[in-house]
Write a protein that binds this ligand. Structure first.
Ligand SMILES: Cc1cc2nc3c(=O)[nH]c(=O)nc-3n(C[C@H](O)[C@H](O)[C@H](O)COP(=O)(O)OP(=O)(O)OC[C@H]3O[C@@H](n4cnc5c(N)ncnc54)[C@H](O)[C@@H]3O)c2cc1C
Length: 536
């Protein structure tokens, strides 16, 4: 049996690539729904059609078992999964591929690779599964380095230990979502952290980017599930103590969580896990206006009912997902428990939604409308590939904001984005919004936009829209990212969002852990010398 290989240019496995006809059908459906037209179809790249730059490094014998320089490995570690990543891949442009890709099997291997990186003056890019949509793993590292090596963590992918008493598990950082869930399942346990990219992203990537899972309100970020970490840095190994809630000063784990490969390589983590849920109930509540839907979710969360899911989806996004004809907005609700039936909780939640004008019809334990939405959500990355191939821009950006500012914020960002699309493409686009996560004090608006493009100008058109939207997010008091991370793309806005004293302190930490500044240069900490990261 041959092993399934991931696409070197896109989402998922090579054998799950849409045909030209499938892509054209998706584009034609979008045209019917939005009026947006694609242009000539671009065939996805094949390995023999691209030319990689000559590698600048020779691998020493002592490390040859850890390093690959094959075209497939170098090409598949060049880009993440952002819109400009796709465009460059479709243009067969792999000019910034790494010189070598390393596959360590232990912390000791990583120490050796870091030492080698220093000998050859290489920039070093930690890599999970390359699902970054913010330029987090792209070898765009400035001019100071003689080469770039990428360290892919996926050979370190085991659940090493389970503590059933404390309900925690020690898991290697390179484990993909399905691998770690399979390892936990045999113990009746689950991490229940489900980013949309679950299948093709790793635990280490989640921790390094503060990822947001989808079936957990209150604590959707991976942060709250981390109990302890092992991190390999150029200055040695940092291992934190397993503790349920230490109050001893600033936390070493909090320093590493969200450090996006710039401070060290996370090799393993003790994670808090849960029993597999036995009782589940989902419901879809219809709303006529966005304001009331938002207020109902706020009331629900502030009442201390923590649903597994409380997601607002606007009517246009419902229409595109095939949920309805755009006649209502919806809130998808879900409750689950390993121990107790959740009907009573759901009844209370529905009562709360009704107080704000929510309309609900009982559909049993599992609402089919919620399933239609869920399937569209899971298939979205594949459809996106088809749309991009057909010359349509499809991208998302996300943020968070407190409830008091939500209404104005939502209107402002939507309008700015719509205007920017017209300015950059000459035609109206299509902008929708959902609130992917909700908290007692605010929510995470997630915008999806579609636009027509001019062949050869896609990246500059995208850059104009992305810049306008990012400026608006920061101006209006939001964050540049709720869960997609900073990467290289968001650096200008991250720098504006954080207090400058904090930015300086982070720079000092970097100097201590990574004195030669080799790890993921330009991410989280500026490159310096006026050579800063920004949009590609
Ligand atoms: C279709 C799609 C859906 C997505 N949905 C979600 C979502 O629902 N929620 C969400 O939060 N994100 C989502 N993302 C973004 C992305 O999946 C996350 O950022 C994810 O956490 C990245 O994991 P990865 O293993 O692929 O890491 P990579 O993309 O390989 O790396 C991401 C960053 O983490 C660093 N890194 C990776 N592994 C390590 C390690 N072991 N030690 C130190 N640094 C490391 C890298 O250097 C880089 O800066 C989505 C992306 C796509 C393409």
């Amino acid at each position: 049996m041959t092993k399934r290989r991931l696409k070197f240019w896109g989402w998922g496995y090579e054998d799950h690539t849409l045909s030209e006809n499938e892509s054209l059908n998706i584009a034609s459906r979008l045209k019917t729904l939005t009026g947006l037209e694609g242009n000539t179809y671009l065939t996805p790249p094949k390995l023999n059609e691209i030319s990689l730059p000559k590698t600048r490094i020779a691998v020493p014998n002592r490390l040859s078992h850890l390093v690959s320089q094959t075209d497939y490995d170098r090409a598949s570690h060049t880009y993440g999964k952002s819109y400009p990543d796709y465009i460059r891949a479709f243009n067969r442009d792999f000019s910034c591929s790494p010189d070598g890709v390393c596959f360590p099997e232990s912390a000791n291997d990583i120490l050796k690779l870091l030492e080698w990186g220093s000998e050859i003056n290489a920039a070093i890019i930690p890599f999970g599964c390359g699902s970054s949509v913010v330029g987090g793993i792209e070898p765009r590292v400035g001019k100071k380095f003689s080469s770039v090596i990428t360290i892919d963590m996926r050979k370190m992918n085991k659940v090493l230990e389970v503590d059933k008493i404390s309900r925690a598990a020690r898991i290697q950082a390179g484990a993909l979502g399905p691998q770690l869930e399979a390892g936990l399942k045999s113990n009746g346990l689950t991490l229940r952290h489900f980013p949309q990219s679950f299948e093709f992203s790793t635990l280490g990537g989640w921790i390094a980017t503060r990822s947001g899972g989808h079936f957990a309100t209150l604590y959707p970020h991976i942060d709250e599930l981390v109990e302890a970490l092992v991190t390999v840095t150029p200055n040695g190994i940092m291992e934190s103590r397993r503790l349920p809630g230490s109050g001893a000063g600033p936390s070493p784990d909090r320093l590493i969580i969200g450090s996006e490969g710039a401070l060290g390589l996370i090799t393993e983590a003790w994670m808090k896990v849960h029993s597999v849920p036995k009782y589940r109930k989902s419901a879809v509540v219809k709303f006529n206006d966005i304001g009331s839907a938002g207020k109902s979710i706020r009331a629900l969360l502030q009442a201390g009912l923590w649903p597994a899911n409380a997601r607002f989806v606007d009517s246009e996004e419902c229409r595109l997902a095939g949920v309805n004809d755009g006649e209502y907005h919806m809130v998808v609700l879900g409750f689950e428990s390993a121990k107790y039936p959740v009907n009573e909780l759901m009844d209370k939640a529905l009562e709360c939604m009704k107080d704000y004008g929510g309309n609900y019809k009982d559909a049993g334990d599992r609402d089919e409308t919620a399933d239609i939405w869920r399937n569209a959500f899971i298939n979205a990355p594949f459809k996106r590939e088809g749309l991009i191939a057909c010359g349509l821009m499809h991208d998302t950006f996300e943020t968070s904001i407190t409830w008091d500012k939500l209404a104005d914020f939502h209107n402002d960002i939507k309008q700015v984005t719509e205007k920017a699309i017209i300015q950059s493409t000459g035609k109206p686009g299509h902008v929708t919004c959902r609130f992917t996560h909700a908290y007692p004090d605010g929510t995470a608006p997630y915008f999806t936009f579609h636009a027509e493009t001019k062949r050869g100008h896609e990246i500059e058109q995208w850059r104009e829209i992305k810049t306008a939207a990012s400026n608006a997010l920061i101006r209006a008091g939001g964050t540049i990212t709720h869960h997609h991370a900073v990467g290289r793309d968001h650096m200008p806005w991250y720098a504006r969002q954080q207090p400058s004293l904090f930015n300086n302190s982070l720079g000092a930490v970097k100097k201590s852990l990574d004195p030669e500044s080799r790890l993921n240069p330009g991410v989280i900490i500026p490159l310096g010398n006026g050579n800063e990261s920004s949009l590609p």
